[in-house]
Design a protein around this ligand. Structure first.
Ligand code: ADP
Ligand code: MG
Length: 676
């Protein structure tokens, strides 16, 4: 078999299963080899039951004490239980005895005989008596088990077997992709060994080396792209803009005095776009630091020079909000491009941009990146860039041959990391908030204080305030134990609160989402229960309470972003971080947010506590399949991959040419750089 062979070549995978695998993007044997487990369960050594805490997932060595019992609770629930004792324990030692329990697996009890010994692997539950829930039984220690992300129609076993079969068939056929000098210099595992360890780890240390190897390659590719993009851009001339008096004229249009930081950023932009060099700039500023005004300044400058500009937002909600501000600046000469527009409106907008009748366009990234023609585009601005990676930046830059580019991000990123992730850009910082902002009162709320918090929330609603309640999940079907979904919570709060509630999540139709967000903005809804779709940009001044469920599941930077949705008006604002987790570490991490409102301080903390994974989030660059691995990589590794990229581009050793080609290829697919 070969790497490119279809997965149906594996015994046991027919068309139906292949279809399910296809939903995960797994088509070829190679895809299987690169399919990273979501997590691992370490069954490589035996846990002592007396020492194991509630919730421990582990392997327990047991001897069956009694016949299995099967109880039918109701039609849909059958429970199998069997008493066991820890292998080698004194038969009279009650503390060494516990129960194995299976839900709706009646066959489990059939083959068990008292006196037999097994390794029982599962989660220990101490809530009512000590039991091991839905354990698997085996005669030998299973070792470290991978746990894969699944879709309907696939089980862990099916995926594990398929991956094993692929490893056996073509595991050795994988060719090394990194130059030998790099592998050696950074002490990396060879690729084929890394892939083996990824799926069948010898031990945790080997697994960690395997992840490092794979993450290294991923980040090396990323760094190559950043560097190539930078070089390419430096070679572009920029359209020189005349800036005399422009800043003063612009400031007169603002209803407020700019902060020192805003003024500085505008001056940096002004200097750069007048110098005959193309601007590629990142504007980093905490939520509420006033990035929009800086964007408007660049659009104004372009218009004063007879050029058009475009402002892209990640969501329709945000695009509409920006549109109002831009339309204010260029009345009658601004067009909006969002989904669900009537064809006639849409065509008219495109025509106005092509003829030059419109000076500014505002819309979603999706719509503006496709086939929009401009009469004379002078500036491109992308808002909330933290969701976009290097290839998206390449595409944004490709919009106008010599248009100046400004990318805005509300995710404060530590300087060290920013150099690596955004090395192709200059950076302006808005490290100052407009005056009069009160810090948001932030509290960690354990389970016992929940009711009190809901009472407080009710009081706020009664006095006319609005609130957000955020959950990590849309539906319980995404099933994570102990994690509330937005729709469940919505039903619960409907009963608990006397308020008008609405539900908002990413799976709703765009029109419905917009409608809901609009109604909230107009104050027709008191409490908006949502997933993180509200994370970006929504500006509702009357909203003064932010409640975040299962807060320990979010990164600090993201929590900080969410918190920034409130406190935009004159009222005192509150953020409540709810957590079911008893772990001290969760409490400690969340408390960091209560201590400071400075996003950059929080970012540094997040980086030191959780590593750079948080900042490399899923959508950060999307280079390839190994999303899960990025979460595991360290700052050291990022630095190494960056210096390796610089070295490879400087020396261009023959061995490295395929990698460099691949980086170029990835960029040019998005129109980022010219293919050769
Ligand atoms: P960001 O996009 O950085 O999160 P916005 O640009 O949406 O922030 O600004 C947040 C709010 O602060 C807006 O309502 C805006 O009008 C207001 N604002 C911005 N700059 C100033 C300023 N210098 N003084 C007073 N208010 C400001
Ligand atoms: Mg904004």
């Amino acid at each position: 078999m070969r790497l490119s062979d279809h997965i149906t070549n594996i015994k046991g995978i027919g068309p139906r299963r292949a279809e399910a695998f296809g939903k995960l993007g797994l088509i070829s044997l190679r895809d299987l080899l690169y399919y990273a487990p979501r997590s691992y369960r370490d069954f490589s050594s035996v846990c002592a039951v007396k020492e194991a805490a509630h919730g421990t997932v582990g392997a327990f060595h047991v001897v069956i004490l009694s016949e299995a019992k099967l109880a039918r609770i109701h039609r849909a629930m059958q429970i199998t239980t069997v008493r066991v004792i820890e292998f080698g324990a004194d038969p009279n030692d009650k503390k060494a005895q516990f129960t194995l329990v299976w839900y709706n697996q009646p066959y489990r009890g059939r083959s068990l005989t008292p006196g037999e010994a097994y390794y029982a692997c599962g989660r220990l539950d101490r809530s009512r008596g000590t039991k091991l829930v839905n354990p698997s039984l085996s005669a030998e220690l299973p070792g470290i088990e991978p746990v894969y992300p699944l879709v309907a129609g696939l089980s862990q076993k099916v995926v594990r077997d398929a991956v094993s079969a692929a490893l056996t068939a073509v595991g050795d056929a994988v060719e090394e992709t990194l130059p030998a000098a790099i592998v050696q210099r950074y002490g990396l595992l060879p690729l084929s060994a890394a892939l083996r360890e990824l799926h069948r780890p010898t031990d945790m240390a080997a697994l960690s080396k395997a992840k490092d190897r794979l993450a290294f390659e991923d980040m090396l590719l990323y760094s190559l792209m950043v560097q190539l993009l930078r070089d390419e851009r430096l070679s572009f001339p920029g359209r020189p803009m005349r800036m005399e008096g422009v800043l003063d004229r612009f400031l007169k249009t603002l209803p407020f005095v700019p902060t020192g930081a805003q003024r500085r950023a505008m001056e940096e932009i002004s200097r750069e776009i007048s110098a005959g060099r193309r601007m590629n700039r990142l504007l980093q500023g905490d939520v509420g630091s006033g990035k929009t005004a800086v964007a408007l300044f660049l659009m104004f400058a372009a218009a004063q020079n007879g050029a058009q500009s475009v402002l892209m937002a990640p969501t329709e909600i945000l695009a509409r909000q920006h549109y109002r501000a831009v339309e204010n600046l260029f009345p009658g000469k601004t067009v909006l491009l969002v989904g669900g527009m009537k064809k006639k409106e849409h065509d008219a907008a495109l025509a106005a941009l092509k003829s030059g009748e419109a000076v500014a366009a505002v819309g979603t990234h999706a719509l503006l990146s496709e086939g929009v023609e401009f009469h004379d585009l002078g500036a491109v601005i992308a808002d909330e860039q933290h969701r976009f990676g290097v290839r998206q930046r390449a595409a944004i830059g490709a919009k106008g041959e010599n248009a100046h580019m400004l990318i805005m991000s509300a995710t404060p990123i530590p300087r060290t990391l920013s150099l690596i992730l955004y090395g192709d850009l200059e950076v302006s910082l808005l490290d100052e908030l407009p005056p009069g902002r009160k810090p948001i009162m932030t509290r960690y709320v354990p389970r016992s204080k929940r009711e009190a918090m809901y009472n407080f929330l009710q009081q706020q609603i009664d006095s006319g305030r609005q609130a957000y309640v955020v959950c990590p999940l849309v539906e319980q079907s995404e099933a994570l134990e102990g994690v509330l979904s937005a729709s469940d919570l919505f039903r619960e709060l409907e009963n608990k609160l006397h308020a008008k509630l609405a539900l908002l999540h990413g799976r709703m139709a765009a029109a419905k989402k917009d409608e809901t967000a609009e109604a909230f903005r107009r104050g027709e809804i008191d409490v908006l229960v949502s997933t993180t779709v509200i994370e970006v940009g929504v500006d509702v001044r009357n909203a003064s309470v932010m409640v975040i469920e299962n807060a320990d599941r979010f990164g600090l930077a993201q929590l900080h972003q969410l918190r920034g949705r409130v406190g935009r008006g004159s009222e005192e604002a509150y953020c409540f971080l709810l957590s079911e987790s008893d772990a001290d570490s969760a409490r400690e991490r969340l408390s960091a947010l209560a201590e400071t409102n400075d996003g950059f301080v929080i970012a540094e903390k997040d980086l030191s506590m959780r590593g750079p994974g948080e900042f490399l989030g899923e959508r950060q660059h999307g280079v390839n399949e190994l999303t899960a691995l990025r979460l595991a990589c360290s700052m050291e590794l990022l630095k190494d991959s960056r210096s390796a990229a610089q070295m490879l581009l400087a020396q261009k050793p023959k061995e490295a040419l395929p990698l460099i080609e691949k980086a170029k290829q990835l960029l040019s697919e998005r129109g980022g750089i010219a293919p050769n």
